[in-house]
Design a binder for this molecule. Structure first.
Ligand SMILES: [Fe+2]
Ligand SMILES: [Fe+2]
Length: 307
């Protein structure tokens, strides 16, 4: 690992870098000994101050960057003449598209906060990829995902509420229905918002509502599960805890996103997050409560709901 020309004298710990690479979406499929042998020796380190440009649209591209600490904001002109905004977070890579297409940056990229990037010189990376198919496979998987993300039209899915999604008690079902309402309300706002300011208001309102929702809903649902003696309560509580932390983290990111034009991107991210919450948690995890014998018996007996 070496420090490049734009870097400060701050040294990174070798073990920390290896641990970071092992957890990054780009390289986690590769084993630590492999990363140690092939990637770590060719890494550079670059430091950027808040607001500092990392690349400008049209600049010649020499390196692939991996965000080690901090956050990067990107913007580029769309074919329709508008501007597209996005963020690159810790653990994510950029610049790798140059391995298969043109060698100039298509976006302006700036550090949102003090940022450290690990860098890989393109030509050196190409040689490393040619020497090992596992590295080539890992890098091209990243490129494929990035291309799919870029080319896919933005699609706002609808999440209709149906009685088949009722778990057990009217209170829990009403809370779940409210989550469906929130995501559809956000979807409508994303389709109709006439200005970034309108969207900003909707995103903030939905996040506040969502935090209230998780506070009361998770508590009520856990109490119901405890009453029913559901054996996987601890596991379910841990998922709730993680989801709550993700929502708080999301709110922090929205608050840090000071530029009005970023609100659409944040709105789309929130819509995706809520969609995952519905599909993965409510529709899969919460529905398991329904199948627990004590729950089925209570449901059939017409007993009053516990929560
Ligand atoms: Fe739930
Ligand atoms: Fe739940």
């Amino acid at each position: 690992m070496n420090q490049d020309a734009t870097s400060s004298s701050t040294a990174l710990h070798y073990a920390d870098v290896l641990d970071f690479l092992s957890r990054s979406s780009s390289f986690k499929s590769l084993s630590p000994p492999f990363l140690k042998r092939l990637i770590v020796p060719i890494l550079g380190v670059a430091h950027y101050d808040t607001g500092q440009y990392i690349t400008r649209q049209g600049d010649r591209q020499e390196n692939v960057h991996l965000v080690y600490r901090g956050r990067v904001h990107g913007s580029r002109l769309t074919e329709e003449g508008g501007e597209y905004h996005f963020f690159i977070h810790e653990g994510e890579m950029f610049g790798e598209l140059a391995l298969h297409s043109n060698r100039t940056y298509t976006s302006n990229l700036r550090a949102v906060v003090p940022t450290i990037c690990l860098t890989l010189e393109l030509e050196t990376l190409k040689v490393a990829m040619a020497s090992d198919w596992r590295l080539a496979k890992a890098i091209f998987r990243v490129i494929g995902n990035r291309l799919a993300e870029r080319l896919a039209p933005v699609q706002i899915l609808r999440f209709p509420w149906t009685d088949s999604l009722k778990v057990l008690t009217p209170k829990i079902d009403a809370q779940h229905e409210h989550l469906f309402y929130l995501i559809n309300q956000l979807g409508e706002a994303l389709e109709r918002a006439s200005s970034a300011k309108t969207l900003d208001k909707v995103v903030s309102e939905i996040l506040n509502d969502l935090l209230l929702y998780v506070d009361t809903h998770f508590h009520d649902e856990e109490r119901l599960m405890a009453d029913l003696g559901v054996p996987w309560l601890g596991e379910h509580k841990a998922i709730h805890h993680r989801l709550e932390a993700e929502i708080i983290d999301f709110k922090r990111k929205v608050q840090q996103s000071t530029q009005a034009e970023n609100q659409r991107y944040m709105g789309l991210q929130l819509h995706k997050f809520l969609g995952d919450l519905l599909v993965n948690h409510v529709m899969n995890e919460d529905m398991k409560i329904k199948s627990w014998p004590a729950a089925a018996a209570r449901d059939g007996s017409g007993s009053p709901p516990a929560a």
